[in-house]
Design a protein around this ligand. Structure first.
Ligand code: HEC
Ligand code: HEC
Ligand code: HEC
Ligand code: HEC
Length: 415
């Protein structure tokens, strides 16, 4: 029963949404001049099969992302081969995300194997070919061939020529087994803004599992990290540039749509402070036929607690799953409470606007509170661990969201 409750609220947003802003860009340079590690286009090893003979166990584990888990043991609530429809499960989202693609279609993310298929099949609008930044190993090839003009090219037209999804090249270029290489241009830029360089096993994932937005003019993917990667700092960056993803059609509030900020949430957590990296839990080292290798089956660590947690927590690994579920349940409940308040605020604010009860200053203040509250709720809601990655940060954000929503509701009630 707990699992069922949990499944209703483990919400995931991996796929992109159009954002709108303008920023000055430096003059473009050919990628190979900036980074000599980038191979010539005809030398890029994009097909994972090319590594099958050299690293058979890694290759096989990598291909398991197509299963999203062991289909025989898989419990439905942890994902599966079939897309899960959040809108059907929770009517609040349709109201909160009204006016965005997520208000119309919102499926749970699946394994890496499906990245291309899922981005092609989503009905949500795509601002340009830069949506491919986190879907295919061929993105770097496209940039080398076409320069930065590729960002704004038509998505459907560009994706037709893309053969491979996320492959070894995304994290290793041509050097699997030797070293990790960062291929995501947005993360390479973003990393320059970080105070501490994350561990390699965290960098590999932070290439894509981060909050981002599209430059309005160039459609370039940019990470909003200039002021820092905390919840408040990212908001302050967006506020300073007058940025918003969309305007809520009923309240007119200019809202931010957060996207999967796993790396930002994780940063500063107990595990991060102890230098545990994303792959320690999500792609742990395993032993098969007396051979040790790193599992490349990026998945929920709760499917393999001994492998994912046991190395450090020993015989407590199973208990750790219970700990995770406790944290997630609490965060779920907080998320639902806050989303109920946000829905009430959306409705009451709409009614107050329609009844012409608001002077300009009060309306501006209420919209500002709405924006702050929904942004903080969304930050936790679309983060894929349901609070586990950093319980303190998640709770702080939800408490602040609630505070802002209540402040606004108080004002509306007194009108
Ligand atoms: C999402 C990122 C990512 C992808 C995709 C990826 N790897 Fe890795 N790989 C890593 C990371 C991170 C490590 C650990 C590096 C470290 O700890 O220094 C690693 C380690 C390895 C190792 C050394 C560990 C071992 O088990 O021997 C090999 C070999 C390897 N990868 C091969 C591959 C191959 C082959 C593919 C494609 C089938 C692939 N990788 C795809 C991120 C990735
Ligand atoms: C090149 C971009 C990229 C990189 C690098 C990447 N991911 Fe992903 N990841 C995605 C996308 C896109 C999806 C969603 C795929 C879908 O829904 O079709 C995803 C989905 C996942 C999922 C499944 C989500 C779910 O609901 O079950 C897990 C787990 C995951 N990634 C973990 C990792 C880990 C761990 C790393 C680092 C080793 C990593 N990813 C690196 C882009 C990336
Ligand atoms: C200490 C272990 C640990 C570390 C380190 C960790 N995670 Fe997780 N992660 C988890 C757990 C536990 C969950 C919850 C899984 C669930 O609910 O099934 C999770 C969930 C996720 C999910 C959703 C998976 C799904 O199937 O729903 C993604 C994606 C993800 N983490 C990415 C990352 C990234 C990126 C990093 C590094 C920035 C990271 N994780 C670091 C333990 C960890
Ligand atoms: C590489 C080592 C390592 C791995 C792998 C690891 N942990 Fe931890 N974990 C730690 C350390 C170190 C601490 C901090 C211990 C302390 O402060 O007493 C910790 C603390 C915790 C805590 C208490 C603090 C908190 O964040 O709430 C929980 C719960 C926890 N781990 C769960 C897990 C789970 C679940 C997994 C597997 C998905 C996992 N850990 C994997 C090393 C690890």
């Amino acid at each position: 029963m707990k699992k069922v409750i949990l499944s209703l609220f483990v919400f995931i947003a991996i796929i992109a949404l159009c954002s709108c802003t303008q920023q000055e860009q430096p003059a473009p340079q050919p990628p190979q001049a900036v980074n000599p590690d980038i191979p010539a286009v005809d030398k890029m090893i994009l097909d994972p099969k090319e590594w099958k003979d050299k690293y058979p166990l890694v290759y096989e584990s990598f291909m398991k992302t197509s299963m999203m888990g062991d289909a025989t043991k898989e419990s439905e609530d942890l994902g599966g081969q079939h897309p899960i429809d959040y809108l059907k499960e929770n009517p609040n989202i349709a109201i909160l995300y009204e006016g965005t693609g997520f208000g119309k279609e919102y499926y749970k993310a699946r394994g890496h194997y499906y990245a291309i298929e899922d981005v092609v099949s989503t009905a949500r609008p795509k601002p340009g070919a830069s949506c491919l930044a986190c879907k295919t190993s061929e993105y770097e090839k496209l940039i080398v061939e076409q320069g930065e003009a590729v960002f704004a090219k038509d998505f459907q037209e560009t994706v037709q020529d893309v053969e491979f999804g996320i492959t070894c090249y995304n994290c290793h270029r041509n050097t699997p087994g030797e070293k990790v290489q960062i291929t995501s241009p947005q993360f390479s830029e973003g990393m320059k803004l970080l105070k501490n360089e994350p561990k390699v096993g965290t960098q590999a994932c932070a290439q894509c599992h981060v909050e981002y937005y599209f430059d309005k003019k160039t459609k370039q993917v940019i990470l909003p990290w200039k002021n820092g990667i905390g919840v408040d700092e990212i908001e302050s960056y967006y506020d300073e540039m007058g940025f918003y993803d969309w305007e809520h059609p009923r309240t007119g509030t200019q809202l931010i749509k957060v996207q999967h900020p796993e790396f930002e949430m994780y940063s500063g957590s107990a595990h991060d402070t102890m230098l545990v990296s994303c792959v320690d839990c999500h792609m742990p080292k395993v032993v098969e036929n007396n051979q040790e290798y790193r599992s490349h089956w990026a998945k929920s660590p709760l499917k393999t607690p001994e492998e994912s947690c046991g190395k450090c927590h020993g015989s407590q690994a199973k208990n750790m799953v219970v700990e995770v579920e406790k944290i997630q349940k609490e965060i779920d409940e907080m998320e639902v409470d806050v989303s109920d308040k946000l829905v009430k605020l959306t409705k009451d604010l709409t009614a107050a606007i329609e009844a012409k009860k608001l002077d300009d200053k009060t309306l501006e203040n209420l919209r500002s509170l709405h924006r702050k509250a929904q942004y903080r709720w969304d930050f936790v809601f679309v983060e894929n661990s349901t609070g586990f990655h950093n319980e303190t940060k998640a709770k702080d954000a939800l408490n602040d969201a609630e505070k802002y929503a209540e402040e606004a509701l108080d004002i509306v009630e007194k009108l």
